[in-house]
Design a protein around this ligand. Structure first.
Ligand SMILES: Nc1ncnc2c1ncn2[C@@H]1O[C@H](COP(=O)(O)OP(=O)(O)O)[C@@H](O)[C@H]1O
Ligand SMILES: [Mg+2]
Length: 321
C-alpha cells in the first residue's frame, strides 16, 4: 500500500511569522500522479520534504499506507521513496552506473543484479547503456543528467516518487520530451508520484490530480478537468488561466475528461484516440470524421468514450466563469 495521507500537517520554521505549510489534509491515492501547483514560496517544497522526513512537521501526521512515517526509520523510509530534484544531485566523482547503483548497493543487491538493473534503467530513460554507463555527470547535457537522476530514483523500484521541479532548469523542448517520458513510465509502472511544479502547462499535462496551494494551504485538490471547469476561487481561476480555452484543450489529456464505456458498448466504426492525446486533438478528430464520439484506447484496449459534449463542457464552463 503506497497511499500517502496528510492529516492537518503544519510546519512553521523557527522565527517565521506564519507557517510555511498550514494545516494540510489530503490523501494521495496509490498509483496516481499528483502535481502540487502554486506560486513560488507557497510551501510546495516544504510539503514534499516532509514525506521523506527531510523536514519534520511541527503539527499533524503523515501516513504511508497505514504506517505513520514517524514510526519508520529515515534511511528505511528513503529507500522506499525515490527523490528527484531540479539540480539532478548526481555525485560528480561517480560514473553514471555508480550513481544509479547507489540505492541497490545500500539494499545489498548482488553485483550482477545491480549491473543488469543499471542497464535496464538506462534503456528505460533512453540512454544506450554501452554509451553512457561509464560517463561522468559533467559529460552529460542537463536533460541527460535529469534522465540519470530519474533512473537513480527508480533504481530500488520504490512505490513512491517525490519530484521537485525536476525539469525546471531544462529548455522547453527537452522538458516536453521528459514529460512524455514520465507519462510513459507512469503508464507502465503506476507509482504514487508527488510532483512539484509552478508551471501550469506542465501540471495540466501530467497530473491525474492537481493539488493547488496558496500561502501554505491547500485551496483545491481535484482532477485537472474539474479544476478548470470549476476553479475553487479567483486565485485558482487566474493561476490556471481558465479563460484561455484553446490552450486548455491542447493541454488536457483525453483520459481526464472521458466517460466510462457504456454497458452495451460496441466499437463499430467509432474512431479511436489514444488516452494521452489532447482534447484539442480529440476535437479536431471529431470535426474531421463527423463521428459523434471517439473510443479512448489504452494500446489495443478500449477504456472510455469522449464526445463533443465532454469537450464543450470543459471549454465553455471554464470560459464562462
Ligand atoms: N529551511 C527553511 N528555513 C526557513 N524558512 C524556509 C525554509 N525553507 C523554506 N522556507 C520558507 O517557507 C516558505 C515556503 O517555501 P517553499 O516550501 O520552499 O516554497 P515553494 O517550494 O512553494 O517555492 C517560504 O516563505 C520560504 O521562505
Ligand atoms: Mg520549491
Amino acid at each position: 500500500m503506497s497511499t500517502i495521507r496528510f492529516e492537518q500537517v503544519s510546519l512553521q520554521f523557527p522565527g517565521a511569522a506564519r507557517p510555511a505549510v498550514d494545516r494540510c489534509s489530503c490523501q494521495i491515492e496509490s498509483g496516481k500522479l499528483v502535481v502540487i501547483l502554486g506560486p513560488s514560496g507557497c510551501g510546495k517544497t516544504t510539503l514534499l520534504k516532509m514525506v521523506n522526513r527531510l523536514y519534520e512537521p511541527t503539527a499533524g501526521q503523515i501516513y504511508l499506507g497505514d504506517q505513520n512515517i514517524r514510526q519508520i526509520q529515515k534511511t528505511a523510509l528513503r529507500q522506499r521513496i525515490g527523490y528527484v530534484i531540479q539540480q539532478s544531485g548526481l555525485f560528480p566523482h561517480m560514473t553514471v552506473a555508480q550513481n544509479i547503483a547507489v540505492v541497490p548497493k545500500l539494499l545489498g543487491w548482488p553485483r550482477t543484479r545491480i549491473q543488469t538493473r543499471v542497464d535496464e534503467l538506462l534503456t528505460l530513460v533512453e540512454l544506450p547503456p554501452h554509451e553512457y554507463r561509464n560517463r561522468y555527470p559533467t559529460q552529460l547535457s542537463g536533460g541527460q543528467q535529469q534522465r540519470i537522476g530519474l533512473a537513480r530514483a527508480l533504481a530500488g523500484d520504490p512505490q513512491v516518487m517525490l519530484m521537485d521541479e525536476p525539469f525546471g532548469a531544462i529548455d522547453a523542448i527537452t522538458r516536453a520530451s521528459l514529460q512524455d517520458e514520465i507519462l510513459r513510465l507512469q503508464r507502465q509502472f503506476r507509482k504514487t508520484i508527488l510532483f512539484v511544479s509552478h508551471d501550469v502547462e506542465e501540471a495540466l499535462r501530467l497530473a491525474d490530480y492537481l493539488l493547488i496551494m496558496q500561502q501554505g494551504q491547500i485551496v483545491q485538490y481535484d482532477t485537472p478537468f474539474n479544476v478548470l471547469t470549476n476553479p475553487a476561487n479567483e486565485f485558482v481561476h487566474n493561476l490556471i488561466g481558465a479563460d484561455d480555452m484553446v490552450r486548455q484543450l491542447s493541454l488536457l489529456r483525453v483520459e481526464t475528461a472521458m466517460a466510462d464505456l457504456p454497458i452495451n458498448y460496441s466499437q463499430n466504426g467509432t474512431p479511436r484516440i489514444d488516452r494521452s492525446e489532447s482534447l484539442r486533438h480529440a476535437l479536431s478528430l471529431i470535426l474531421k470524421t463527423g463521428a459523434p464520439k471517439l473510443t479512448v484506447m489504452d494500446e489495443e484496449t478500449p477504456i472510455g468514450e469522449i464526445t463533443l459534449e465532454h469537450i464543450r463542457d470543459s471549454a465553455s464552463l471554464a470560459a464562462t466563469r
